[in-house]
Design a protein around this ligand. Structure first.
Ligand code: PEP
Ligand code: MG
Length: 317
């Protein structure tokens, strides 16, 4: 069988009509950051810090975190690294930190909610990140599972108490539907936004992505999901705030022309797919992609969208 060799492209990539699109990698360790860089990633759009806890609260002390975040920041060689604060609870339980029994853990104390409940743990993490950011200006911070502005207020208050002389760049994940509805307000408040399509899809469709009995009900190409992503991108554009997508959808090569057409200019995906994403972006005409996006936004069923993506670029597109 013929093998297509995809060359690694270091540096920014543009569409054929000259629109620059950033392609970041997702990582959870300094080794994965280094791998992402070797695949040509323009930085790390999602560093999952909760994986440093490896299922227990063992590595929680400030010095251990400073070492881990420094190693990751150094491995990125000056490229931006977005550290997501502990996203614990729900599908990511951590012994000694998350609530052991909840009737609905996915609607429970998880992500930023848990961090604001355990401000001892959260403040330690923010202090560690602020310390690393002082020497590594490529460090950015992102807050998961935000559902309202009140939580952003609380995070700001906590950061204010830390009195770090270096102002951190702080963004929010848009993965709870209420945050997407308030996208304008979130964009006005945050340094950047990142759409977590995994949780956003699950919450919009009330469908657990890991429940096989749901069949195809969980689908990040559902028209409701695509329209919500589109409104978040629009809010970011209006506010002049960068919006990325860091869920699985960002690594779906069939969705790539649609996402570019919707105006996405920053992808964050698993490192091995980065070279392919960059290559495909370099072959796309953004105006043609926009016409695809217009048609997809008018579609009201998953299969129509699947058909539009499968037949793209078609003559009428
Ligand atoms: C997401 O929800 O889309 C996401 C990127 O975060 P995680 O998969 O870690 O919940
Ligand atoms: Mg998530």
């Amino acid at each position: 069988a013929a093998r297509t060799v995809v060359e690694v492209c270091q540096g920014p990539v543009c569409t054929v009509d000259g629109v620059e699109v950033a392609v970041y990698g997702n990582a959870a360790s300094a080794a994965e950051v280094a791998a992402a860089v070797s695949y040509g990633a323009d930085g790390i759009g999602l560093f999952r810090t909760e994986l440093l806890l490896s299922g227990t609260v063992r590595v929680l002390d400030e010095e251990g975190q400073v070492a881990a975040y420094t190693a990751a920041a150094v491995a990125a060689g000056g490229r931006p690294v977005v550290f997501r604060t502990f996203d614990v609870g729900g599908d990511k339980p951590v012994k000694g930190l998350s609530v052991p029994h909840e009737d609905n853990p996915f609607l429970g104390l998880r992500g930023v909610r848990l961090c604001l409940d355990r401000t001892d743990v959260f403040a330690t993490q923010l202090r560690a990140l602020a310390r690393v950011a002082r020497d590594h200006p490529n460090v950015q911070v992102m807050v998961p599972m935000v559902s309202g502005l009140e939580e952003l207020d609380a995070v700001d208050a906590l950061l204010g108490e830390l009195a770090a002389e270096h102002r951190l760049s702080v963004g929010a994940m848009v993965e709870v539907p209420s945050a997407a509805v308030l996208a304008r307000e979130f964009a006005a408040r945050c340094d950047f936004l990142s759409v977590g399509t995994n949780d956003l899809t699950a919450y919009l469709l009330a469908a657990d992505r890991n429940n096989p009995s749901l069949g195809s009900l969980y689908n990040d190409l559902h028209p409701a999901v695509i329209r919500v992503i589109s409104t978040v991108l629009e809010a970011g554009r209006e506010a002049g705030v960068k919006v990325s997508v860091c869920g699985e959808l960002a690594g779906d090569i069939h969705a790539l022309p649609l996402l570019v057409g919707l105006g996405l200019r920053a992808f964050s995906a698993a490192p091995p797919i980065v070279p392919r994403l960059k290559q495909l972006i370099s072959e796309i005409d953004s105006r043609q992609a926009e016409r695809l996006a217009e048609r997809v936004l008018r579609a009201s069923r998953v299969e129509e969208i699947a058909h539009l993506l499968a037949t793209w670029p078609s003559e009428e597109a």
